[in-house]
Design a binder for this molecule. Structure first.
Ligand code: NAD
Length: 250
């Protein structure tokens, strides 16, 4: 029964001319980065208002201390896991066009994906709020907080804070994928974060087959998911990848 689902998913991917990966915090849990929501979520430990733009500008030093703690000291040490790497391999084999990610941890790129649309930005870039120059968040730059640009402008992580707009290029790429993809592989996303949550729904409306990988159930599961591969992202993606390789031989 379970194997049938894997074969079905593998064949859908092998027969698709356009497959998109769509990922949320769940894909990075096994790299040691917890999700925001849920029992062990970061928002049980930290106050979400750390990502409030007004608070950031009102007191950048205090905001930066918390941001450094969470997103650089803690996230910074994470390494890509097998689920990220399988997506990278699928892209190399021509079986995956791109990844649309809500994550900000840069682990898709480190895992071998080259076409990554970052819906919420990336923590591994800092951007000057005055001249838009981009910096890498190395320890030297984060030694004195808040960090400043050489032009004197305040540096901000290049991920979106509450109320900020989704980057235009990522939004356009996501709509393009939702219109054109034949298969959408949705990994580790609750489907609760708007507007990202609308992308798989649009893809489904346009005829895509939705393969979902999650340890639990999401808002997608009973509404749009065609094939649910339940389990940890690393285990499911490893198994799916080996079934794809077997099916290729047939
Ligand atoms: P989310 O919408 O990203 O959902 C997390 C989902 O992952 C849940 O449905 C959960 O059941 C599932 N999950 C947990 N462990 C899993 C595993 N090992 N394998 C497969 N699925 C697993 O939830 P969120 O954390 O509230 O995210 C809010 C927003 O913040 C999202 O945009 C998210 O991407 C972002 N975020 C990013 C990071 C990161 O960059 N790594 C971390 C936390 C949150």
């Amino acid at each position: 029964m379970t194997t049938d689902l894997y074969t079905k998913a593998a064949n859908a991917i092998l027969n698709s001319k356009y497959t998109t990966g769509f990922t949320g915090a769940g894909i990075s849990v096994e790299s040691g980065i917890p999700p925001f929501r849920g029992k062990d979520g970061l928002w049980n430990k930290y106050d979400p208002s750390v990502l409030d733009l007004d608070r950031f500008y009102a007191n950048p030093e205090a905001a930066w201390k918390l941001i450094k703690d969470i997103f650089y000291d803690f996230f910074g040490a994470a390494k890509p896991n097998d689920a990220h790497k399988v997506l990278g391999n699928l892209e190399k084999e021509g079986l995956l066009k791109e990844v649309i990610t809500q994550n900000i941890d840069n682990l898709h790129q480190e895992g071998g994906s080259t076409v990554v649309h970052e819906f919420h930005g990336n923590s591994q870039r800092l951007v000057c709020t005055k001249c838009a120059k981009s910096y890498k968040p190395d320890s030297e730059l984060l030694e004195t907080l808040p960090p400043y640009c050489e032009c004197g402008g305040l540096l901000k992580p290049d991920f979106i804070f509450f109320g900020e707009m989704i980057p235009q290029d990522a939004l356009q790429a996501a709509y393009h994928a939702a219109e054109n993809a034949e298969v959408f592989i949705v990994i580790g996303s609750t489907g609760e974060v708007y507007p990202a949550s609308q992308i798989p729904v649009l893809a489904k409306e346009n005829g895509a087959t939705i393969i979902e990988i999650n340890t639990g159930e999401s808002l997608f599961t009973s509404s749009i998911t065609d094939i649910l591969l339940k389990g940890k992202a690393t285990e499911v993606m490893d198994k799916l990848y080996s079934v794809i390789q077997q099916q290729k031989q047939n």
